[in-house]
Design a protein around this ligand. Sequence first.
Ligand SMILES: CC(C)(COP(=O)(O)OP(=O)(O)OC[C@H]1O[C@@H](n2cnc3c(N)ncnc32)[C@H](O)[C@@H]1OP(=O)(O)O)[C@@H](O)C(=O)NCCC(=O)NCCS
Length: 175
Amino acid sequence: MDSKTAKHSYTEMNELVLPNDTNTFGNLMGGKLLYWMDICSAMAAQKHCNNVVVTASVDNVSFKRPVKLGDVVTITAQVTRAFNSSLEVRMEVFAQNLPKGTREKSNEAYYTFVALDENGKPKAVPMLVPETENEKNLYTSALQRRELRLILSGKLKPQNAEVLQELIKLFQEQE
Ligand SMILES: CC(C)(COP(=O)(O)OP(=O)(O)OC[C@H]1O[C@@H](n2cnc3c(N)ncnc32)[C@H](O)[C@@H]1OP(=O)(O)O)[C@@H](O)C(=O)NCCC(=O)NCCS
């Protein structure tokens, strides 16, 4: 199976925030943003593996500042690392006020997808080869995030989280 670079999965999506997308304060509803993020990151994951994928998990998403009615939401997504059948996608979200010409980062998040075969069973995905310094950092740290989310979902016992155990040991040695 051919390996892929992060560039290969790069996806950008734009949405205009309309009245039906907002709460009574005129701010974009968090759930609507999570929905757009799910679509954008799923497209990035599918570009990487040329296969259908399902969302396996959504990491903690904090909404740092409100996105207002009339803003343009831009979501960028890119695969950071592929494992066996799963892959991690990192997203950045920006809110643009076109009349004012402003663009502010709203939040960032990691979603995990699993490629499925025609019987709905997890299927192997191509490896990701990081190229830039930033991609290499994200690739390395993806192991820690994977262990953390598998612990939180009850799929991994904390004592079996090798990468996190190593990190804890390192911190303890520095104290
Ligand atoms: C995601 C799903 C395919 C995993 O199936 P499973 O039987 O638990 O499969 P496995 O335990 O063999 O794990 C398969 C992969 O999923 C990953 N995975 C499973 N649960 C995960 C979780 N909560 N977070 C991150 N990755 C997860 C595993 O780490 C494994 O990755 P790897 O192959 O790269 O090592 C299955 O739980 C599913 O179909 N969930 C519903 C998906 C869906 O409908 N999403 C839309 C939300 S409504």
